[in-house]
Design a protein around this ligand. Structure first.
Ligand code: COA
Length: 129
């Protein structure tokens, strides 16, 4: 997996149970993964078609650092699937522990929003991932 971005859980991100709000985490993951998918497919025109099961394994508290990682799982004709992990980073020990994971599918679209093929070069590169 490669590191996409790092986030700091702020007080404004906390929900009513004292943990990072789940929707905020999903938004971080979606944004990080979408930019990665766009870079891989050499186009800004990528939309999220599916966010698969999202598992919140551990609570995130204010002040904690989160690193978001991804890996290309599959490149289809017009879609690309990424597995994504958000890991809590301990600045004292440098240990990382997965707090949230999911799989996201993006589709390349044209100017009217129709699915269009991902370049062959990209398919060839990730064929065996
Ligand atoms: C993404 C979108 C263009 C796909 O349209 P569509 O009519 O389903 O297109 P297709 O049937 O040709 O499918 C296109 C690709 O999406 C994949 N796909 C469609 N629905 C899917 C689903 N529920 N789960 C996983 N993949 C899906 C297909 O497998 C296909 O992949 P492939 O070409 O690699 O085999 C359309 O669903 C859409 O515009 N959705 C809204 C996107 C959006 O607004 N996202 C939030 C903001 S980014």
């Amino acid at each position: 997996m490669i590191l996409l971005t790092q986030k700091l859980c702020m007080l404004r991100d906390i929900g009513i149970h004292g943990n990072l709000f789940g929707g905020t985490m999903i938004s971080w993951i979606d944004e990080a993964a979408a930019t990665y998918a766009a870079q891989i497919c050499h186009t800004p025109n990528m939309v999220t078609v599916k966010i698969e099961e999202v598992v919140f394994q551990k609570a995130v508290k204010a002040g904690q650092q989160i690193k978001i990682y991804a890996k290309v799982e599959k490149v289809g004709n017009t879609s690309i699937a990424l597995s994504v992990e958000a890991r809590r980073y301990n600045v004292y020990s440098t240990e990382e522990s997965v707090v949230c994971s999911t799989r996201i599918v993006f589709v390349r679209i044209d100017e009217v929003g129709e699915a269009v093929p991902i370049p062959q070069l990209v398919k060839d590169r990730y064929r065996n991932e």
